[in-house]
Design a protein around this ligand. Structure first.
Ligand code: FES
Ligand code: FES
Length: 186
């Protein structure tokens, strides 16, 4: 990576949930701050700001990452995906989001965006996970409200529904039509 002048802001351009984003950032600006304060993408939450709580988990070029451990200038040219990109369409929820709603897998919702990002990637890689594997994954996320059990139930339910849809030949993006009120709670 080229050396950047610490006293200047530098151009940053990347795609966020498929849409081009441009802006400027000081070299030390965190991606989490850039997303929230420069782009207005406040779905990504910030808890610990040192990589422990998982609230800021996003995808960069298909890999999960902590936005609080990533500099904004590092995503130049990358494809960034955040919780705002999970819903298949406005007013609809993904299978996993809908399962969270059904199982009351969130209370304050502070941890939820990061957990959804991790679980979605995990369920793509491991379509039939056991409870132990899900709890292992969730050990990378802090939730102070739910006790984790509703989250595990929601993930297991979502995995079952994804498998059923796959068996019926449906795509993940086509599943689960819900209301715009549902989206507001995601
Ligand atoms: Fe990034 Fe806690 S805010 S891991
Ligand atoms: Fe409140 Fe997880 S729902 S921290």
């Amino acid at each position: 990576m080229p050396r950047l002048n610490a006293d200047r802001r530098h151009p940053v351009a990347f795609t966020l949930n498929g849409r081009k984003v441009t802006g400027t950032a000081a070299p030390r600006m965190l991606l989490s701050d850039f997303l929230r304060h420069e782009v207005g993408a406040t779905g990504t939450h910030v808890g610990c700001e040192h990589g422990v709580c998982g609230a800021c988990t996003i995808e960069i070029d298909g890999m999960l990452a902590r936005a609080c451990l990533t500099l904004a200038v590092q995503v130049e040219g990358a494809a960034v995906r955040t919780v705002e990109g999970l819903a298949p369409a406005p007013g609809r929820l993904s299978i996993l989001q809908a399962a969270f709603r059904r199982h009351h897998a969130l209370q304050c919702g502070f941890c939820t965006a990061g957990i959804l990002m991790s679980l979605e990637a995990f369920l793509k890689a491991v379509p039939d996970p056991g409870e132990a594997a899900l709890r292992d994954l969730l050990s990378g996320h802090l939730c102070r409200c739910t006790g984790y059990t509703p989250i595990v139930r929601a993930a297991l339910d979502a995995a079952r529904e994804m498998a059923d849809n796959k068996a019926e030949g449906a795509t993940l993006a086509d599943a689960t039509a819900t209301t715009s009120e549902d989206t507001a709670h995601a």
